[in-house]
Design a protein around this ligand. Structure first.
Ligand SMILES: NC(=O)c1ccc[n+]([C@@H]2O[C@H](COP(=O)([O-])OP(=O)(O)OC[C@H]3O[C@@H](n4cnc5c(N)ncnc54)[C@H](O)[C@@H]3O)[C@@H](O)[C@H]2O)c1
Length: 328
């Protein structure tokens, strides 16, 4: 299949490009490099540096490359920044996605997998989280992703678009062969932040909130390995149905506390990690973890990386070999 990965130079998108190439698909990658790295893009893919806002350029790429399906990972994805600069989030995550849908329409592309997020649920009423929970985002980032879910539903109904909107929990780890990794600038995800401390690139990690009503007082999250996540995208692509949207939680179904993550990083790296305890951050729910039963039952997908140390080890393999990230 001719598949376009939008945002394919980013953390998750670059893993999708690699997996799709390895599965024998003809892969085209589009990225504006606002956050991604060209070195992350598998050289077997065709790579175009382009911004989703440039509808005519995107139509041209879609047509020339004879694209049949799109995986859309491009977004602005910092929760805190979305609160201080909401226009950026609605512009890039909503307006630019609509521009991309225009380009798909012009190029007669009817298949789409879109990165949604558990942030669309806001603070959930029950745990573990199922897909039927009310979606009440508490920041513009989550709101922008929920808006796109609604837009996609309407476009599917009107035009027969076949789409999936998997809602990711915390994505972690790196390609099992160590070839590509996670290098956000700035880095806010807990595992790479801890690995940066282990590498001496950061003096310590700020641990926000130690008085939550959880097993050890710190926040609990569900960590899904990036390779499992992109494999789920391939399963979703095969399951798409015209005019219909597929909504699934993508998590492992188990929560790890921040202290458990710190312990795992210390075990895997063999380094002592300096921690500074800090007050809770506003809007951080105590616990977030998925019930991934729906996708397991309906599509037969199941996470293979269920051991936290194994997930951390894949991230450490890449980070320790690339202490300067994609810069060296
Ligand atoms: N990483 C996670 O834990 C997580 C969790 C939930 C949801 N998500 C979602 O998954 C997707 C990928 O996340 P990631 O961690 O790989 O982010 P990332 O920032 O590493 O990747 C996003 C890529 O999109 C590109 N991009 C952004 N705007 C663009 C535009 N207008 N035109 C072209 N390219 C553009 C960036 O340059 C970047 O390479 C995002 O949509 C994010 O919201 C991620």
């Amino acid at each position: 299949m001719n598949i376009c990965v939008v945002g394919g130079a980013g953390y998750i998108g670059s893993h999708a490009v690699k997996l799709l190439v390895e599965k024998g698909h003809a892969v085209t990658c589009i990225d504006n490099l606002s956050n991604g790295h060209s070195a992350a893009v598998d050289p077997r893919a065709a790579f175009f540096v382009a911004d989703l806002a440039n509808t005519f350029q995107i139509i041209d790429i879609f047509q020339k490359q004879k694209i049949e399906a799109v995986m859309h990972f491009a977004a602005s994805a910092y929760v805190g920044e979305s609160v201080t600069d909401p226009r950026k989030y609605y512009r890039n995550n909503v307006s630019n996605t609509v521009s991309m849908l225009d380009a798909m329409h012009a190029a007669h592309i009817k298949k789409l997998v879109f990165s949604s997020t558990c942030a669309t649920y806001g603070i959930p009423d029950k745990m573990p989280m199922t897909e039927d929970l009310p979606q009440r985002p508490i920041n513009p980032y989550g709101e922008s992703k929920l808006m796109v879910e609604h837009i996609l539903r309407d476009v599917a109904k009107a035009e027969g678009l076949a789409f999936a909107a998997p809602r990711y929990f915390n994505v972690a780890g790196c390609a099992p062969d160590g070839s590509i990794g996670e290098d956000h600038r700035p880095e806010t995800h807990i595992i790479p932040v801890l690995l940066n401390v282990a590498l001496g690139k950061k003096s310590h990690m700020d641990l926000y909130g130690t008085d939550y009503p959880t097993k050890d007082g710190t926040c609990v999250r569900d960590y899904i390995h990036v390779w499992d996540l992109v494999e789920a995208h391939v399963v979703l692509l095969e399951a798409l149905q015209p005019g219909k949207g597929l909504f699934y939680n993508l998590g492992v179904g188990r929560g790890y506390s921040n202290r458990e993550i710190i312990d795992s990083v210390q075990r895997v790296t063999g380094k002592q990690i300096a921690i500074k305890e800090a007050p809770r951050r506003p809007g951080d729910p105590p616990e977030l973890y998925a019930l991934p039963a729906k996708i397991e039952k309906e599509l037969g997908w199941k996470a293979r990386f269920t051991n936290l140390d194994e997930i951390v080890r894949t991230a450490w393999t890449w980070s320790s070999a690339h202490p300067r990230g994609y810069n060296g």
